[in-house]
Ligand binder design. Structure first.
Ligand code: ADP
Length: 400
Protein backbone atom coordinates (compact mmCIF):
# COMPACT_ATOMS: atom_id res chain seq x y z
CA UNK A 1 0.00 0.00 0.00
CA UNK A 2 1.31 3.48 -0.89
CA UNK A 3 1.85 5.57 2.20
CA UNK A 4 0.67 9.18 2.16
CA UNK A 5 3.36 11.65 3.22
CA UNK A 6 2.24 14.00 5.95
CA UNK A 7 3.55 17.21 7.50
CA UNK A 8 4.30 17.70 11.22
CA UNK A 9 0.62 18.36 11.95
CA UNK A 10 -0.37 15.14 10.16
CA UNK A 11 -1.88 16.92 7.13
CA UNK A 12 -1.25 15.11 3.81
CA UNK A 13 1.60 16.67 1.79
CA UNK A 14 1.03 17.45 -1.86
CA UNK A 15 3.33 15.55 -4.23
CA UNK A 16 4.96 17.47 -7.07
CA UNK A 17 3.92 15.88 -10.36
CA UNK A 18 6.37 15.64 -13.29
CA UNK A 19 4.39 18.18 -15.25
CA UNK A 20 4.48 20.55 -12.27
CA UNK A 21 8.22 19.96 -11.90
CA UNK A 22 8.75 20.98 -15.55
CA UNK A 23 6.59 24.04 -15.01
CA UNK A 24 8.51 24.97 -11.85
CA UNK A 25 11.83 24.45 -13.61
CA UNK A 26 10.71 26.84 -16.34
CA UNK A 27 9.69 29.34 -13.66
CA UNK A 28 12.98 28.85 -11.83
CA UNK A 29 14.97 29.32 -15.05
CA UNK A 30 12.98 32.41 -16.00
CA UNK A 31 14.04 34.05 -12.73
CA UNK A 32 17.76 33.39 -13.48
CA UNK A 33 20.05 35.83 -15.29
CA UNK A 34 20.92 34.71 -18.85
CA UNK A 35 24.54 33.82 -18.07
CA UNK A 36 23.42 31.24 -15.47
CA UNK A 37 21.28 29.16 -17.86
CA UNK A 38 22.51 25.49 -18.13
CA UNK A 39 23.34 25.79 -21.84
CA UNK A 40 25.72 28.66 -21.10
CA UNK A 41 27.04 26.51 -18.23
CA UNK A 42 27.94 23.63 -20.60
CA UNK A 43 29.79 26.10 -22.84
CA UNK A 44 31.64 27.65 -19.91
CA UNK A 45 32.57 24.25 -18.47
CA UNK A 46 35.15 23.58 -21.21
CA UNK A 47 37.27 26.75 -20.65
CA UNK A 48 36.87 26.51 -16.85
CA UNK A 49 38.11 22.90 -16.79
CA UNK A 50 40.88 24.12 -19.12
CA UNK A 51 41.85 26.80 -16.59
CA UNK A 52 41.89 24.07 -13.89
CA UNK A 53 44.27 22.03 -16.02
CA UNK A 54 46.54 25.04 -16.65
CA UNK A 55 46.65 25.63 -12.87
CA UNK A 56 47.47 21.96 -12.39
CA UNK A 57 50.39 22.14 -14.89
CA UNK A 58 51.73 25.36 -13.33
CA UNK A 59 51.59 23.83 -9.84
CA UNK A 60 53.32 20.71 -11.17
CA UNK A 61 56.19 22.77 -12.57
CA UNK A 62 56.65 24.72 -9.29
CA UNK A 63 56.34 21.85 -6.82
CA UNK A 64 58.60 18.82 -7.08
CA UNK A 65 55.96 16.56 -5.45
CA UNK A 66 52.30 17.25 -6.20
CA UNK A 67 50.22 15.01 -3.93
CA UNK A 68 46.64 16.00 -4.77
CA UNK A 69 46.46 16.77 -8.51
CA UNK A 70 42.67 16.26 -8.73
CA UNK A 71 42.02 19.11 -6.25
CA UNK A 72 42.18 21.73 -9.03
CA UNK A 73 39.60 19.94 -11.10
CA UNK A 74 37.36 19.45 -8.05
CA UNK A 75 37.43 23.20 -7.40
CA UNK A 76 36.31 23.83 -10.97
CA UNK A 77 33.48 21.28 -10.54
CA UNK A 78 32.42 23.03 -7.33
CA UNK A 79 32.37 26.44 -9.03
CA UNK A 80 30.44 25.10 -12.01
CA UNK A 81 27.92 23.37 -9.70
CA UNK A 82 27.48 26.58 -7.74
CA UNK A 83 26.69 28.72 -10.78
CA UNK A 84 25.14 26.34 -13.32
CA UNK A 85 23.77 23.38 -11.41
CA UNK A 86 23.93 19.64 -11.68
CA UNK A 87 24.17 19.06 -15.49
CA UNK A 88 27.26 21.21 -16.18
CA UNK A 89 28.81 19.91 -12.90
CA UNK A 90 28.54 16.28 -14.16
CA UNK A 91 29.92 17.37 -17.52
CA UNK A 92 32.94 18.90 -15.75
CA UNK A 93 33.50 15.60 -13.86
CA UNK A 94 33.54 13.70 -17.17
CA UNK A 95 35.99 16.22 -18.72
CA UNK A 96 38.14 16.15 -15.57
CA UNK A 97 38.26 12.35 -15.51
CA UNK A 98 39.32 12.18 -19.14
CA UNK A 99 41.97 14.86 -18.57
CA UNK A 100 43.42 13.17 -15.47
CA UNK A 101 43.50 9.84 -17.24
CA UNK A 102 45.24 11.39 -20.21
CA UNK A 103 47.80 13.30 -18.09
CA UNK A 104 48.63 10.73 -15.42
CA UNK A 105 47.75 7.28 -16.70
CA UNK A 106 47.97 6.98 -20.43
CA UNK A 107 48.61 9.79 -22.90
CA UNK A 108 47.28 7.47 -25.59
CA UNK A 109 43.95 6.91 -23.94
CA UNK A 110 42.04 6.27 -27.12
CA UNK A 111 44.20 3.25 -27.86
CA UNK A 112 44.11 1.71 -24.36
CA UNK A 113 41.24 0.47 -22.16
CA UNK A 114 41.62 1.44 -18.45
CA UNK A 115 42.28 -1.44 -16.06
CA UNK A 116 41.28 -1.80 -12.34
CA UNK A 117 44.48 -0.03 -11.22
CA UNK A 118 43.71 3.04 -13.32
CA UNK A 119 40.08 3.10 -12.35
CA UNK A 120 41.02 2.91 -8.63
CA UNK A 121 43.35 5.87 -9.11
CA UNK A 122 40.57 7.94 -10.60
CA UNK A 123 37.79 6.74 -8.31
CA UNK A 124 38.27 9.26 -5.42
CA UNK A 125 38.04 12.15 -7.90
CA UNK A 126 34.98 10.65 -9.61
CA UNK A 127 33.25 9.97 -6.26
CA UNK A 128 34.01 13.48 -4.95
CA UNK A 129 32.67 14.98 -8.22
CA UNK A 130 29.51 12.87 -8.02
CA UNK A 131 28.96 13.90 -4.38
CA UNK A 132 29.18 17.55 -5.42
CA UNK A 133 26.67 16.85 -8.22
CA UNK A 134 24.29 15.03 -5.81
CA UNK A 135 24.43 17.87 -3.28
CA UNK A 136 23.71 20.35 -6.08
CA UNK A 137 20.77 18.23 -7.25
CA UNK A 138 19.39 18.20 -3.70
CA UNK A 139 19.77 21.97 -3.49
CA UNK A 140 17.83 22.35 -6.74
CA UNK A 141 15.07 20.01 -5.54
CA UNK A 142 14.83 22.03 -2.32
CA UNK A 143 14.47 25.20 -4.41
CA UNK A 144 11.66 23.58 -6.46
CA UNK A 145 9.93 22.57 -3.24
CA UNK A 146 10.23 26.10 -1.92
CA UNK A 147 8.81 27.46 -5.20
CA UNK A 148 6.00 24.90 -5.05
CA UNK A 149 5.24 25.81 -1.42
CA UNK A 150 5.20 29.49 -2.38
CA UNK A 151 2.76 28.75 -5.21
CA UNK A 152 0.48 26.73 -2.90
CA UNK A 153 0.64 29.50 -0.29
CA UNK A 154 -0.23 32.09 -2.94
CA UNK A 155 -3.18 29.97 -4.10
CA UNK A 156 -4.41 29.70 -0.50
CA UNK A 157 -3.87 33.41 0.05
CA UNK A 158 -6.04 34.12 -3.00
CA UNK A 159 -8.73 31.75 -1.74
CA UNK A 160 -8.60 33.36 1.70
CA UNK A 161 -8.80 36.86 0.23
CA UNK A 162 -11.84 35.81 -1.82
CA UNK A 163 -13.52 34.19 1.20
CA UNK A 164 -12.72 37.26 3.27
CA UNK A 165 -14.22 39.56 0.66
CA UNK A 166 -17.39 37.44 0.53
CA UNK A 167 -17.63 37.45 4.33
CA UNK A 168 -17.22 41.21 4.41
CA UNK A 169 -19.97 41.58 1.80
CA UNK A 170 -22.26 39.26 3.80
CA UNK A 171 -21.47 41.20 6.95
CA UNK A 172 -22.28 44.50 5.24
CA UNK A 173 -25.57 43.04 3.99
CA UNK A 174 -26.37 41.82 7.51
CA UNK A 175 -25.62 45.29 8.94
CA UNK A 176 -27.75 46.93 6.24
CA UNK A 177 -30.58 44.52 6.92
CA UNK A 178 -30.39 45.08 10.69
CA UNK A 179 -30.28 48.80 10.28
CA UNK A 180 -33.23 48.86 7.83
CA UNK A 181 -35.30 46.39 9.85
CA UNK A 182 -34.70 48.39 13.04
CA UNK A 183 -35.72 51.64 11.35
CA UNK A 184 -38.86 50.03 9.95
CA UNK A 185 -39.76 48.52 13.34
CA UNK A 186 -39.16 51.73 15.28
CA UNK A 187 -42.14 53.68 13.82
CA UNK A 188 -44.91 51.08 14.45
CA UNK A 189 -43.53 50.29 17.92
CA UNK A 190 -43.50 53.97 18.88
CA UNK A 191 -47.04 54.34 17.55
CA UNK A 192 -48.36 51.25 19.45
CA UNK A 193 -46.68 52.43 22.62
CA UNK A 194 -48.04 55.95 22.22
CA UNK A 195 -51.58 54.66 21.67
CA UNK A 196 -51.31 52.34 24.69
CA UNK A 197 -50.06 55.19 26.90
CA UNK A 198 -52.84 57.48 25.67
CA UNK A 199 -55.51 54.84 26.41
CA UNK A 200 -53.96 54.18 29.86
CA UNK A 201 -54.06 57.90 30.68
CA UNK A 202 -57.71 58.17 29.52
CA UNK A 203 -58.78 55.19 31.63
CA UNK A 204 -56.84 56.52 34.61
CA UNK A 205 -58.79 59.79 34.37
CA UNK A 206 -62.18 58.02 34.62
CA UNK A 207 -63.75 58.07 38.04
CA UNK A 208 -65.66 54.85 37.76
CA UNK A 209 -64.14 51.92 35.97
CA UNK A 210 -66.08 48.76 35.06
CA UNK A 211 -64.46 45.34 35.42
CA UNK A 212 -64.15 45.09 31.58
CA UNK A 213 -62.29 48.36 31.43
CA UNK A 214 -60.12 47.27 34.35
CA UNK A 215 -59.16 44.11 32.43
CA UNK A 216 -58.44 46.23 29.35
CA UNK A 217 -56.30 48.50 31.53
CA UNK A 218 -54.17 45.53 32.69
CA UNK A 219 -53.77 44.36 29.08
CA UNK A 220 -52.78 47.84 27.96
CA UNK A 221 -50.20 48.00 30.75
CA UNK A 222 -48.70 44.73 29.50
CA UNK A 223 -48.70 46.06 25.92
CA UNK A 224 -46.95 49.21 27.13
CA UNK A 225 -44.35 47.15 29.07
CA UNK A 226 -43.59 44.85 26.17
CA UNK A 227 -43.41 47.65 23.61
CA UNK A 228 -41.01 49.47 25.97
CA UNK A 229 -38.80 46.35 25.89
CA UNK A 230 -39.10 46.10 22.13
CA UNK A 231 -38.27 49.78 21.84
CA UNK A 232 -35.12 49.30 23.94
CA UNK A 233 -34.05 46.33 21.77
CA UNK A 234 -34.57 48.23 18.54
CA UNK A 235 -32.73 51.19 20.05
CA UNK A 236 -29.79 48.86 20.86
CA UNK A 237 -29.77 47.46 17.32
CA UNK A 238 -29.81 50.92 15.80
CA UNK A 239 -27.13 52.06 18.21
CA UNK A 240 -24.86 49.15 17.40
CA UNK A 241 -25.11 49.53 13.63
CA UNK A 242 -24.63 53.31 13.78
CA UNK A 243 -21.75 53.13 16.25
CA UNK A 244 -20.01 50.40 14.26
CA UNK A 245 -20.42 52.38 11.06
CA UNK A 246 -18.95 55.36 12.88
CA UNK A 247 -22.14 57.30 12.14
CA UNK A 248 -22.67 58.66 15.64
CA UNK A 249 -20.29 61.51 16.34
CA UNK A 250 -19.44 61.81 20.02
CA UNK A 251 -20.64 65.05 21.59
CA UNK A 252 -17.47 65.78 23.51
CA UNK A 253 -17.53 68.28 26.36
CA UNK A 254 -16.06 68.69 29.84
CA UNK A 255 -18.15 66.65 32.22
CA UNK A 256 -18.01 65.41 35.80
CA UNK A 257 -17.93 61.62 36.14
CA UNK A 258 -18.95 61.82 39.82
CA UNK A 259 -22.16 63.51 38.74
CA UNK A 260 -22.78 60.97 35.96
CA UNK A 261 -22.25 57.99 38.32
CA UNK A 262 -24.45 59.53 40.99
CA UNK A 263 -27.30 60.19 38.53
CA UNK A 264 -27.16 56.65 37.12
CA UNK A 265 -27.07 55.02 40.56
CA UNK A 266 -30.00 57.10 41.84
CA UNK A 267 -32.09 56.29 38.78
CA UNK A 268 -31.34 52.56 39.01
CA UNK A 269 -32.07 52.53 42.76
CA UNK A 270 -35.47 54.07 42.08
CA UNK A 271 -36.28 51.73 39.19
CA UNK A 272 -35.16 48.51 40.89
CA UNK A 273 -35.61 49.24 44.61
CA UNK A 274 -32.29 47.42 45.14
CA UNK A 275 -29.27 48.33 47.25
CA UNK A 276 -26.63 50.00 45.10
CA UNK A 277 -23.67 51.45 46.96
CA UNK A 278 -21.68 54.28 45.44
CA UNK A 279 -18.03 55.01 46.26
CA UNK A 280 -16.75 58.24 44.75
CA UNK A 281 -13.76 60.50 45.37
CA UNK A 282 -14.47 63.64 47.44
CA UNK A 283 -13.52 66.01 44.60
CA UNK A 284 -15.08 66.26 41.14
CA UNK A 285 -13.59 64.07 38.40
CA UNK A 286 -13.47 66.09 35.21
CA UNK A 287 -13.11 64.42 31.84
CA UNK A 288 -13.66 65.42 28.22
CA UNK A 289 -16.25 62.96 27.00
CA UNK A 290 -19.76 62.42 25.65
CA UNK A 291 -21.67 62.51 28.94
CA UNK A 292 -24.79 60.82 27.53
CA UNK A 293 -22.82 57.96 26.05
CA UNK A 294 -20.80 57.40 29.26
CA UNK A 295 -24.03 57.49 31.25
CA UNK A 296 -25.37 54.82 28.81
CA UNK A 297 -22.30 52.65 29.53
CA UNK A 298 -22.62 52.86 33.31
CA UNK A 299 -26.39 52.33 33.14
CA UNK A 300 -25.81 49.23 31.05
CA UNK A 301 -23.27 47.78 33.47
CA UNK A 302 -25.44 48.52 36.51
CA UNK A 303 -28.59 47.10 34.91
CA UNK A 304 -26.67 43.96 33.92
CA UNK A 305 -25.41 43.62 37.51
CA UNK A 306 -29.03 43.93 38.70
CA UNK A 307 -30.32 41.53 36.06
CA UNK A 308 -27.75 38.77 36.65
CA UNK A 309 -27.68 38.78 40.48
CA UNK A 310 -30.33 37.78 43.06
CA UNK A 311 -32.65 40.54 44.31
CA UNK A 312 -31.26 40.37 47.86
CA UNK A 313 -27.64 40.90 46.83
CA UNK A 314 -26.11 44.39 46.78
CA UNK A 315 -24.41 46.06 43.81
CA UNK A 316 -21.53 48.46 44.13
CA UNK A 317 -20.29 51.22 41.86
CA UNK A 318 -16.81 52.62 42.54
CA UNK A 319 -15.12 55.54 40.87
CA UNK A 320 -11.41 56.11 41.35
CA UNK A 321 -8.63 58.01 39.61
CA UNK A 322 -4.87 58.11 39.46
CA UNK A 323 -2.52 60.42 37.57
CA UNK A 324 -3.33 59.01 34.15
CA UNK A 325 -6.64 57.16 34.31
CA UNK A 326 -10.13 57.14 35.72
CA UNK A 327 -11.58 53.74 36.58
CA UNK A 328 -15.22 52.86 37.08
CA UNK A 329 -15.93 49.45 38.63
CA UNK A 330 -19.38 47.87 38.82
CA UNK A 331 -19.52 44.79 41.05
CA UNK A 332 -22.19 42.26 41.84
CA UNK A 333 -22.53 39.00 43.74
CA UNK A 334 -24.45 37.22 41.02
CA UNK A 335 -24.10 34.15 38.83
CA UNK A 336 -20.70 35.08 37.41
CA UNK A 337 -19.45 34.07 33.96
CA UNK A 338 -17.32 31.06 32.93
CA UNK A 339 -13.71 31.92 32.06
CA UNK A 340 -14.01 30.79 28.41
CA UNK A 341 -17.20 32.77 27.97
CA UNK A 342 -15.71 35.95 29.42
CA UNK A 343 -13.65 36.35 26.24
CA UNK A 344 -16.80 36.59 24.12
CA UNK A 345 -19.27 38.65 26.12
CA UNK A 346 -18.18 41.90 24.43
CA UNK A 347 -19.02 40.47 20.99
CA UNK A 348 -22.36 41.53 19.46
CA UNK A 349 -25.22 39.04 20.05
CA UNK A 350 -23.17 36.86 22.42
CA UNK A 351 -24.95 35.69 25.55
CA UNK A 352 -23.25 33.45 28.08
CA UNK A 353 -24.86 30.03 28.69
CA UNK A 354 -26.29 31.02 32.10
CA UNK A 355 -28.13 33.94 30.41
CA UNK A 356 -29.33 31.87 27.45
CA UNK A 357 -30.72 29.21 29.78
CA UNK A 358 -32.44 31.70 32.09
CA UNK A 359 -35.59 33.75 31.73
CA UNK A 360 -33.54 36.97 31.66
CA UNK A 361 -34.28 38.88 28.48
CA UNK A 362 -31.57 40.28 26.29
CA UNK A 363 -29.97 40.18 22.87
CA UNK A 364 -26.32 40.33 23.85
CA UNK A 365 -25.85 43.85 22.48
CA UNK A 366 -25.34 45.98 25.60
CA UNK A 367 -21.70 45.13 26.27
CA UNK A 368 -20.76 45.34 22.58
CA UNK A 369 -22.17 48.88 22.52
CA UNK A 370 -20.36 49.73 25.79
CA UNK A 371 -17.08 48.48 24.33
CA UNK A 372 -17.49 50.61 21.22
CA UNK A 373 -18.31 53.72 23.21
CA UNK A 374 -15.45 53.22 25.70
CA UNK A 375 -12.92 52.50 22.96
CA UNK A 376 -14.00 55.55 21.01
CA UNK A 377 -13.12 57.52 24.15
CA UNK A 378 -9.63 55.95 24.04
CA UNK A 379 -10.42 53.72 27.04
CA UNK A 380 -10.81 50.02 27.72
CA UNK A 381 -13.44 47.79 29.27
CA UNK A 382 -12.96 44.33 30.79
CA UNK A 383 -14.50 41.89 33.16
CA UNK A 384 -13.27 39.83 36.09
CA UNK A 385 -15.76 37.19 37.04
CA UNK A 386 -15.92 34.07 39.18
CA UNK A 387 -18.80 31.66 38.54
CA UNK A 388 -21.07 31.45 41.55
CA UNK A 389 -19.37 34.38 43.29
CA UNK A 390 -20.07 37.39 41.11
CA UNK A 391 -18.66 39.70 38.49
CA UNK A 392 -16.77 42.96 38.35
CA UNK A 393 -16.81 45.10 35.22
CA UNK A 394 -14.16 47.79 34.81
CA UNK A 395 -14.08 50.82 32.54
CA UNK A 396 -10.79 52.68 32.32
CA UNK A 397 -10.70 56.08 30.64
CA UNK A 398 -7.65 58.25 30.02
CA UNK A 399 -7.68 61.54 31.97
CA UNK A 400 -7.23 63.58 28.78
P1 ADP B 1 -27.66 40.91 27.39
O1 ADP B 1 -27.63 41.25 28.84
O2 ADP B 1 -28.70 41.63 26.64
O3 ADP B 1 -27.67 39.45 27.15
P2 ADP B 1 -25.03 42.14 27.26
O4 ADP B 1 -24.23 42.49 26.04
O5 ADP B 1 -25.35 43.25 28.18
O6 ADP B 1 -26.31 41.41 26.71
O7 ADP B 1 -24.25 41.02 28.04
C1 ADP B 1 -23.71 39.92 27.33
C2 ADP B 1 -23.68 38.70 28.23
O8 ADP B 1 -22.72 38.89 29.26
C3 ADP B 1 -24.96 38.44 28.94
O9 ADP B 1 -25.83 37.67 28.15
C4 ADP B 1 -24.52 37.68 30.19
O10 ADP B 1 -24.38 36.33 29.88
C5 ADP B 1 -23.14 38.26 30.45
N1 ADP B 1 -23.16 39.27 31.52
C6 ADP B 1 -23.11 40.60 31.39
N2 ADP B 1 -23.09 41.21 32.59
C7 ADP B 1 -23.11 40.23 33.52
C8 ADP B 1 -23.10 40.19 34.94
N3 ADP B 1 -23.05 41.31 35.67
N4 ADP B 1 -23.12 38.98 35.54
C9 ADP B 1 -23.16 37.84 34.84
N5 ADP B 1 -23.17 37.81 33.48
C10 ADP B 1 -23.16 38.99 32.84
Amino acid sequence: MRETLTDRQGRPLKRISLQKRVELRRLYMAEMPGWRRPLVGYLFTIPIVGIGLVALFLERSFLSNLYFPSTFLLVTTLLIALFWGVGPALFSVVLGTISLYYIYISPFMLSSIPGTQEILQLLPYIIAGLVVAIITAQRETARYHALFAEEVANEHADELARANFELEQANKLKDQFLSMASHELKTPITSIRGQAQLALRRIAKQREVSSDISTAYTSLEKIEQQTRRLDALVEDLLDLSSIQAGKIPLQMSKCDLVEICRAVVEEQRLLSGRTISLEIPPEIVKIRADANRLSQVITNLVSNALKYSPDDKPISVRLSQDDDNITIAVEDEGSGIDREEQEHIFEPFYRASHARNSSKNGMGLGLAICKDIVERHGGSIWCDSHPGKGSSFFVRLPQD
